[in-house]
Design a protein around this ligand. Structure first.
Ligand SMILES: Cc1cc2nc3c(=O)[nH]c(=O)nc-3n(C[C@H](O)[C@H](O)[C@H](O)COP(=O)(O)O)c2cc1C
Length: 320
C-alpha cells in the first residue's frame, strides 16, 4: 500500500469530484486559482479506449497544469491487464495518483463491465486493484465507489472486498448504483463503510461523497462520521471558490464565467465544443438578482468573445 501524497495532506482532506464533461483542464485551472482543494481529480478516462484508439486521442482528458497538483487520474476499465499499464501513463504525465472508477452507472461504461458493474464482481474488482498497484510505478492507487449495487445490504461484503485489496484511499458515494443520483446520499452508511474499511486497515484513507453543499458542510460531515475527508461534485460547478468557503458576489461570478470561457478556448481551441461551458454558466450565473436573465444570455453565447460582450453590457470590467 503506497500512500505518498495522501499522508502529507492535513485533515479533513477536501477533494474535487471527477465529473465527465465538467472537471476538464479549464475548470481545474479555475479551481487551482480561486480555491484549491487538497486534491483534484480528472474526468474519467477509458483504458480500453486508450488501448484501441491510442493514448494520443485522450490528450484533452489528461491535460493538466502543475498548479493543480496533487492531481489524481481517474480511469475505468474491466480488464486487469489494462490496469497494469496505467501506472506508466500516469507517471510519465506527472500525475500524483491513479483512481479506479467503480461507481459510474453510465450504460456505456457498464456495458464494458466497468464502473459500478464491478460492485457485482468483487473478485474481478480485487484483481483490478492488485494489477493497478503492480503497475503503479510507485503511485498510490485509490478507488471511487458506491455503497452497493441494488441494495445497501450489499455494502459490508463490498467494502471488505475493496479494502482487502489495500488501495491507498477509498471514496464512497453514499448511494447505490440503482439510486444513481436520486434521493439523498446516506451518510450513516458512509460512517459504517468507514468502520469496515478501517477495521481491515487503518491506513486506508476514507473520503465521503454525496450532496455536500459547502465547505462547512463537508467539514461537519467529516467530523461527524470520522472519515478522513470529503469530496464535492455538483456544488463546485460554477463555484471555484467552494473550497475556501467564499461567497462570490454578482460581479465576481460574471467575471469568472468570462475568464473560464476564455481559458476553455485557450486550452481546447476547436477540439472541444463550447457548449460544454453551459454547465458552468448555469453554475456561475445563479444566486443573485437578475441571474436568470443573464444565464439565458450566456447560454446563447457561441464563444468567449460573445460571453465577454454580455459582461461588458453589464458594465463588468473583465480586465480588472
Ligand atoms: C456531470 C457529472 C459527471 C460525473 N462524472 C464522473 C466521473 O467521470 N467519474 C466518477 O467517478 N464520478 C462521476 N460523477 C459522480 C461525481 O463524482 C459524484 O460522485 C456525484 O456527483 C455525487 O457527488 P455530489 O453530490 O457532490 O455531486 C459525475 C457526476 C456528474 C454530475
Amino acid at each position: 500500500m503506497n500512500q505518498l501524497f495522501w499522508d502529507k495532506l492535513s485533515r479533513p482532506i477536501s477533494a474535487s469530484a471527477p465529473m465527465a464533461g465538467v472537471t476538464d483542464a479549464a475548470f481545474r485551472e479555475m479551481l487551482a486559482k480561486y480555491g484549491k482543494p487538497s486534491v483534484i481529480w480528472t474526468e474519467m478516462v477509458s483504458l480500453t479506449g486508450m488501448k484501441v484508439r491510442g493514448e494520443e486521442n485522450f490528450e484533452n482528458e489528461m491535460r493538466f497544469s502543475f498548479r493543480e497538483k496533487p492531481v489524481v487520474l481517474q480511469v475505468f476499465g474491466s480488464n486487469p491487464d489494462e490496469f497494469l499499464i496505467c501506472g506508466e501513463i500516469a507517471e510519465r504525465r506527472g500525475f500524483d495518483g491513479i483512481d479506479i472508477n467503480m461507481g459510474c452507472p453510465d450504460q456505456g461504461v457498464e456495458k464494458q463491465g466497468s464502473g459500478a458493474c464491478l460492485i457485482k464482481s468483487s473478485s474481478l474488482a480485487q484483481e483490478i486493484i492488485i494489477a493497478a498497484k503492480e503497475g503503479s510505478r510507485g503511485l498510490p492507487v485509490s478507488v471511487k465507489t458506491r455503497i452497493g449495487y441494488s441494495k445497501k445490504s450489499e455494502m459490508e461484503k463490498w467494502m471488505e472486498a475493496v479494502a482487502s485489496a489495500r488501495p491507498a484511499a477509498i471514496t464512497i458515494h453514499g448511494r447505490t448504483r440503482s439510486e444513481r443520483r436520486e434521493g439523498r446520499a446516506d451518510w450513516k452508511a458512509i460512517a459504517e463503510a468507514r468502520e469496515i474499511i478501517k477495521s481491515i486497515n487503518k491506513k486506508i484513507i476514507v473520503l465521503g461523497n454525496g450532496d455536500i453543499i459547502s465547505k462547512e458542510d463537508g467539514e461537519k460531515k467529516s467530523e461527524e462520521t470520522g472519515i478522513d475527508g470529503y469530496m464535492a461534485g455538483r456544488a463546485i460547478i460554477g463555484n471555484p471558490w467552494f473550497f475556501i468557503g467564499k461567497e462570490a458576489n454578482r460581479n465576481e461570478r460574471i467575471k469568472a464565467a468570462v475568464e473560464h470561457a476564455i481559458l476553455f478556448e485557450k486550452i481546447y481551441g476547436e477540439t472541444e465544443p463550447f457548449d460544454l461551458m453551459k454547465n458552468h454558466f448555469a453554475g456561475y450565473l445563479a444566486g443573485f438578482d437578475g441571474a436568470k436573465e443573464l444565464r439565458i444570455r450566456f447560454m446563447a453565447a457561441k464563444n468567449s468573445e460573445e460571453a465577454a460582450m454580455i459582461a461588458d453590457s453589464e458594465k463588468i470590467d473583465i480586465e480588472s
